[in-house]
Design a protein around this ligand. Sequence first.
Ligand SMILES: NC(=O)c1ccc[n+]([C@@H]2O[C@H](COP(=O)([O-])OP(=O)(O)OC[C@H]3O[C@@H](n4cnc5c(N)ncnc54)[C@H](O)[C@@H]3O)[C@@H](O)[C@H]2O)c1
Ligand SMILES: [Zn+2]
Length: 352
Amino acid sequence: MKTITVNASKKYDVIIGAGLLESAAELIKKAVSGKTAFVISDDNVFPLYGNRLILSLQKGGYKTYSYVFKSGESSKNLTTYSSILEKMCESGITRSDFVIALGGGVTGDLAGFTAATYQRGIDFIQLPTSLLAAVDSSVGGKTGVDLKSGKNQVGCFCQPSLVICDTELLSTLNEAEYENGCAEIIKYAVLGNKDLFDSIKALPVKEQYEEVIAECVNMKRHFVEADEFDGGLRMMLNLGHTIGHAVETLSKYKTAHGRAVAMGLCAIARAALKKGYISKSDVEEIINLVLKYNLPAEIPYKAAELESIMMNDKKGKGDYISLVVPEQIGKCSLIKTNKSDLLDWLKGGGIE
Ligand SMILES: NC(=O)c1ccc[n+]([C@@H]2O[C@H](COP(=O)([O-])OP(=O)(O)OC[C@H]3O[C@@H](n4cnc5c(N)ncnc54)[C@H](O)[C@@H]3O)[C@@H](O)[C@H]2O)c1
Ligand SMILES: [Zn+2]
């Protein structure tokens, strides 16, 4: 078992280990004082782990309620959000109770936002069950839902009170979801952890979940503590994402996030080579690791198509765009680039 303490506006522990679900109640008791838990989960995860969690909570003396929604990004919206709030009200949840998010990133974002806004905010606990949620979304306090006009357009920063990552729960993930999570792990390794890169090259992620997740959470902790509200340094976590998001948009979200990030990472690595930031052998190593995890290294769109999406990105301010550029495996820099040079970067990334 490993514990990482995040010292953000709220201080909380991220506990990672095999078999933690059964002792959830004891861990929760140390983190929040409420006596009633409102569990939010999706219809893939709840049938697998919901009863075990509820049993553990009841044994620990907690009163429990649950809300199960249809799995998938399409549920991360204001309709589900408002129906959870209604159910919480009907169940008599008060400000001294707490929410548990049992699931992947969709559940975490939705449940976090619900908890952050219900009666002006109640405690919430993340119990990530997807690899992506374990290494990324359960830590850092970004919560929210999508609008028809865009992803994560409504939300707030609100840190959880505790994160419990039971690595045994990851055993039921399908290959595609496993690979998606691996893309984020490769991103962390290239961003700032050469040892992690070497270890996931030598041994599959699934054979060393506890160590790998702890390394990633520790890196995320560093960026969150330095820049909780995403004003600068936290942008480094966007390695592979700037181009990756454009790929997701062009695919109308048919391309999974992790696969798009893998493509974006390979493209920016190739562009960095073309511009003299990184060595050829490091770029080859990055691409080989991406392929080893069955992730794509080539972007099936034209540079001009990607450029037009990136130019219109609502988050990009003014004439510049910040690119996270790899310089070595384990070292990246934020390069402020004039938008007029974007096409050149994309073409340098081997995209026609
Ligand atoms: N808040 C943040 O900082 C942050 C960061 C990255 C991504 N996100 C968000 O996270 C979401 C993506 O997360 P995700 O990939 O976990 O999506 P998800 O929650 O939809 O989970 C992916 C799929 O795996 C299933 N699943 C989850 N755990 C399982 C398990 N243990 N066994 C079997 N099936 C399981 C889910 O039911 C779902 O079908 C997006 O909405 C994204 O915007 C948020
Ligand atoms: Zn991501």
